[in-house]
Design a protein around this ligand. Sequence first.
Ligand code: F6R
Length: 240
Amino acid sequence: GPRVEILDSATDVAERAAARIAAACAAPSPVLGLATGRTPLAVYAALRERIAPGGLRLDHATFFNLDEYAGLPPGHPASFASYMRRELFDPASVPEGRWHLPDGNGGPAEADGYEAAIAAAGGIGLQLLGIGRNGHVGFNEPGAAHDSRTRRVRLTEQTRQANAPDFPAGTPVPEHAVTMGIGTILEAREILLLATGAAKAEALAAALEGPVTEAVPASALQRHPRVTVLCDVAAGRNLR
Ligand code: F6R
């Protein structure tokens, strides 16, 4: 099952995750899966600090993000594409064409195309994940099939409320998104799940120590042979 590292602080989680990503990027043609949200912000900051001539380079790697909102115009500041450009891809000089997000406004053909692009890149070597307070991974909300693929999904009210601070006042959080499926995520050769803060304690314990059930999407990770969980003491406090 998953290997759990409970670290002193969220900063330690970020540093450890950044080190793990940097190590993966020492390979010749790394393919990484990335997440957005608040948890990985410190990871991307730590990666930006490591990028230096003769130091870490990410401009030879290929990136596939988990998810994107539906209904936002291209370049909307709250889109995950804008987030990724701001936090990592632009500062790390990752060329366009080597970073990918699902097309939030696409249909089934674009979703299938995303799966095909991942496969054509050789599959994802290391996938970074956060976890929602309801146990979601990507935007696979409770009830998502464990063999689900990239597709359009409806967001729960809880998730929309959690992400409302990313949107300007008066701009509603989209009701739909396109996300890699649980089945897509489980095909990554290695998975790094991050959880920080007490708000994640219940979801993390349910995911790692509860039954494998579609009611807790992250519990599917118990079936993957190479999962590392990096959490701080607050998020890890309900673990046995
Ligand atoms: C983000 C994503 C989500 C987040 C989760 C936790 O791409 O797919 O599953 O990882 O909602 O979000 P934060 O880190 O903001 O608590």
